[in-house]
Design a protein around this ligand. Sequence first.
Ligand code: NDP
Ligand code: 8X3
Length: 251
Amino acid sequence: MSQTIFITGATSGFGKSIAETFAKAGWNCILTGRRADRLTELASQLSTQYGIKTFNLAFDIQDRQAVFNAVAQLPAEWQSIDVLVNNAGLALGRDSFENASLDDWDTMIDTNVKGLMYMTKAILPFFIKQQKGHIINIGSTAGKEVYKDGNGYCASKHAVDAISKAMRIDLLPHHIKVTAIHPGAAETEFSVVRFKGDEQKAAQVYDGYKALQANDVANIVYFTANLPEHVCINDLTVTCLSQANSFYLHK
Ligand code: NDP
Ligand code: 8X3
């Protein structure tokens, strides 16, 4: 029987590559993100290429009601979800604490922290009913170490680290796995978003070394989701070979 994965932020970067990786292995995909046109295009590509089923939900994860409304739209046959990947997220700006924008802070906390919590809460009743499920949270090395001018983003990803630990404890009685994956620098649309469309500044982040690629992270997500029933990778930090941690990058 086919398995089903629910992916937040499937319109780009890690989320899109996770969808491609799981679809290739025959998983049905629930694809979410705000850009409905990209979801439609991806769903059509995956179903044509791999013969899997897709279900699209376009909504803003910051909007609590929109999250619960979206999940309420899932027909019964789409409610048997095996894996939830909480991937949607972003960094906005890289400014010293006194210069950082309050709006940027709000957006990062509302998306990376509250959105992830809403999403999980909305899907949990299915997992609890099944007494089975796997939550995979995409954190960051920014959730393990705080770097200069990373204030709001680092705070949001430290929260993902803490929430993952909290979920793992509270959900133990329901046989729900919780995995947190913390990537270092990865070449996606992440930096274009962070620097608000400044492509040149974004490209500089990946100059002079081979950063992680989206499919590197997707392959790790796939590995963690396909372990024996009794095995759970709790926490995994991954960087490219040139990066030791948030501070040391060899170019
Ligand atoms: P991308 O910008 O390529 O993808 C981000 C995804 O998140 C998009 O699909 C976007 O969809 C979705 N998203 C953002 N805001 C919202 C929202 N309000 N509602 C719904 N979906 C939203 O970046 P990455 O793939 O790199 O990032 C994915 C995750 O990985 C993030 O949590 C990021 O913090 C984390 N990460 C990234 C690293 C990197 O260096 N790239 C390293 C470590 C962690 P849409 O715009 O269509 O809504
Ligand atoms: C993204 C990696 O180093 O920009 O989470 O914080 S970093």
